[in-house]
Design a protein around this ligand. Structure first.
Ligand code: NI
Length: 180
């Protein structure tokens, strides 16, 4: 296991569509997943996509802490355990869109206010090849859409509706912006 170097905005690997993983149970995928989990934890992220560690393949890892789920006022939404999702697909379940602040390990130090579908269903395979199918709401849905976007070569800044709401986390903390 190893901590990998994270690609930052401007690196072309973040702009390309990642390739399907032919065999999620292959030893090199297992190694990649272990390294991605180490890298995500080391960097203090809640999600990481393989292109962010310079591997253009359709693999993402993420989790949602109980604390975070509560803070978002999602009493009905449990924390999401560490999940490995390979070759994911997303289906938006209705038209409701909600905006919230996002950060990204590939855009260090900054945050932006990003509109996302509130409710999604997603499918994919875990690292043993077993299917995963879940419905997700709010922060959980946001994390999955953010990571999925990385596989499409899209960063959250490209999803923003109002670029005045992009700023350094440190400054935003010092000068809390109004919501909505
Ligand atoms: Ni990201």
């Amino acid at each position: 296991m190893a901590i990998l170097k994270i690609a930052r905005m401007g690196h072309p690997v973040l702009r390309q569509r990642a390739q399907d993983v032919p065999d999620p149970t292959a030893p090199e995928v297992k190694r990649l997943v272990a390294d991605m989990i180490d890298t995500m934890k080391d960097a203090g992220g809640t999600g990481l996509a393989a292109p962010q560690v310079h591997v253009p393949q359709r693999v993402v890892v993420y989790f949602v802490e109980a604390e975070r789920a509560e803070r978002e006022g999602e009493e009905e939404v449990a924390a999401v355990p560490l999940t490995v999702l390979i070759n994911p697909e997303i289906e938006v379940l209705d038209d409701e869109v909600v905006s919230d602040w996002e950060g990204c390990l590939s855009i260090p130090g900054l945050q932006g206010y990003v509109p996302r579908a509130r409710r999604i269903r997603y499918r994919g395979l875990d690292e043993t090849g077993a299917p995963i199918e879940r419905e997700a709401t709010d922060f959980h849905a946001r994390v999955v859409q953010h990571e999925y976007d990385h596989l499409q070569g899209i960063l959250y800044s490209e999803r923003m509706a109002d670029m005045t709401r992009l700023g350094f986390t440190e400054e935003l903390r010092r000068h809390p912006p109004d919501h909505d």
